[in-house]
Design a protein around this ligand. Structure first.
Ligand SMILES: [Zn+2]
Length: 131
């Protein structure tokens, strides 16, 4: 659990609270990764992986630009290092495919934790003795 600042009234609110107790503003919109869908990110990585669109969607602009430049260099004739760009782009495509598979397989909580540093919600005590 962490405290976030309400953007309307400025009071400190638990990020697990549904709304600000002072002014009633919904807190969900302040959580990291709010409005980002795991499915959309996974589909972007799966079908448009080499372009890096999934990285931009996930807010990782530096990696997105690296993807975009290597893809652009691989398909364009402007790049004097086209074979190198193509090689890098193939490598990044495989990486994107692995990320897509990973995102399809993980829970929404794990997705937010992995890509947006969201706090992991408390898990119920596991008393099965299997883990
Ligand atoms: Zn407030």
């Amino acid at each position: 659990m962490a405290l976030v600042k309400c953007v309307d009234c400025g009071s400190s609110v638990s990020d697990l609270a549904p709304m600000c107790p002072k002014c009633g503003r919904p807190i969900a919109a302040l959580r990291p990764g709010y409005g980002r869908s795991r499915t959309v990110a996974a589909l972007l990585a799966l079908f448009l992986g080499p372009t890096g669109l999934h990285k931009f969607y996930l807010g990782n602009w530096v990696q997105g630009i690296i993807y975009a430049i290597s893809f652009s260099g691989a398909i364009g004739y402007w790049c004097p290092l086209q074979p190198a760009c193509a090689l890098l782009s193939v490598f990044l495509s495989i990486l994107a495919l692995a990320q897509a598979i990973g995102m399809f397989g993980m829970s929404d909580e794990a997705f937010l934790y992995t890509y947006f540093d969201a706090p992991v919600p408390p898990t119920p005590y596991d008393d099965t003795g299997l883990s």
